[in-house]
Ligand binder design. Structure first.
Ligand SMILES: Nc1ncnc2c1ncn2[C@@H]1O[C@H](COP(=O)(O)OP(=O)(O)O)[C@@H](O)[C@H]1O
Ligand SMILES: [Mg+2]
Length: 344
């Protein structure tokens, strides 16, 4: 594995068995994260973003089955396949929190109302870093200061309900970063916050990324946030990555009709938006009993009959470093012909 790659997903699938059949929430996702950089994972609600991140920490609900490889490339060590670890093994527990941490949309559910913020912050530090309580406390206070909590030595003894939403989100970030993880997964970390606080929290994450040199997997449905935060972007639809490119390419030269649709539905600063803001027709279906063909074709204005609704679409590199899963591009058609030819 290339040293620059900190995490690589290869053909990762998460299939849930339910009474109605198999839900293919994540269906063959591959991407790699570069050390110190931010990868965006974007798509509408229900596309499989959260389940992908749960797979990375092996925290998918019990009815889900993970397959494929999830390779964690720690500095100077052999890569570990997280996909192959036992859910209850010491190895996976070591990885959670120490190598990879996660922050979520709703901080209130990540804290117990019964314990002080300090207790909860110190728990991870005591587990992974130092058994010494007073050293752990000093470190926790320092983390709170870093994330912009004023008077941290006093506030550390307060309870979650004594913090505002934005401040709780800061404490959750402090908790996630307290063991200097190599990778931070942020799943819609600012979606529940108002715009001003959101901007502050994003700025804080960028500062901390510089300080700690970590890689971030930034999950969001909001392309505006992606532009600020990400170096590279994976666009996800119905359990698959439909486009992957450096962030400028996604914004200036989007190839997949789904990405183009997402971009048309974000308001642009300084433009009159009323009336001319488009949204993509229809909704993301539940990925169950899926028909063959492109998952997006029922919502796509460019659908090619007999092709898009018939064959599963491979991905191909349509420009250097820019991958798309769409038959509008000759490179993709060529990849398809090769695959079909190979079967005969
Ligand atoms: N435990 C589960 N059992 C069955 N289906 C599930 C389960 N968890 C998630 N799903 C389904 O997986 C799909 C992807 O969900 P999710 O990853 O949460 O989407 P996103 O984070 O992109 O909004 C959805 O259709 C969702 O209903
Ligand atoms: Mg989600």
């Amino acid at each position: 594995m290339n040293d620059d790659v900190v995490l690589e997903l290869r053909d990762v699938k998460v299939h849930f068995s339910t009474d109605e059949g198999t839900v293919k929430a994540v269906d063959g996702v591959s991407f790699s994260m570069t050390r110190g950089k931010t990868m965006g994972l974007v798509g509408e609600s229900g596309c499989g973003k959260s389940v992908t991140s749960q797979a990375i920490l092996r925290l998918v609900p019990a009815n889900g089955k993970i397959s494929g490889a999830i390779l964690l490339n720690r500095d100077g060590q052999e890569p570990v396949d997280i996909g192959a670890l036992d859910n209850h093994s010491q190895d996976i527990r070591d990885i959670r929190g120490k190598d990879i941490s996660m922050i979520f949309q709703e901080p209130m559910t990540s804290f117990s109302p019964l314990y002080t913020m300090g207790n909860q912050l110190m728990e991870t530090i005591l587990l992974h870093q130092t058994p010494d309580k007073s050293a752990a406390r000093t470190q926790a206070v320092e983390m709170l200061r870093k994330v912009g909590i004023a008077d941290p030595a006093r506030r550390i003894d307060e309870y979650p309900h004594e913090f505002s939403g934005g401040m709780r989100q800061r404490v959750m970030i402090a908790m996630a970063l307290s063991c200097s993880p190599e990778i931070l997964i942020a799943d819609e970390p600012t979606t529940a916050l108002d715009v001003t606080i959101q901007a502050q929290v994003l700025e804080l994450m960028q500062e901390l990324q510089k300080d700690f040199g970590m890689s971030i997997l930034f999950i969001t449905h909001d392309l505006g946030v992606v532009a600020e935060m990400c170096d590279e972007v994976c666009v996800m639809y119905l359990g698959k990555i439909v486009e992957k490119a450096p962030v400028e390419e996604i914004f200036h030269n989007p190839r997949h009709p789904y990405t183009q649709g997402l971009l048309e539905s974000i308001p642009k600063i300084g433009h009159k938006t009323e009336g001319d803001l488009k949204s993509i027709e229809g909704v993301v279906p539940v990925p169950i009993n899926l028909k063959p063909g492109c998952g997006f074709c029922d919502r796509c204005e460019h659908k090619i009959e007999g092709l898009c609704d018939t064959y599963n679409v491979p991905t191909a590199e349509v420009a250097p470093g820019h991958w798309a899963r769409c038959f509008l591009y000759p490179e993709v058609v060529e990849a398809h012909n090769k695959a079909v030819g190979g079967e005969e």
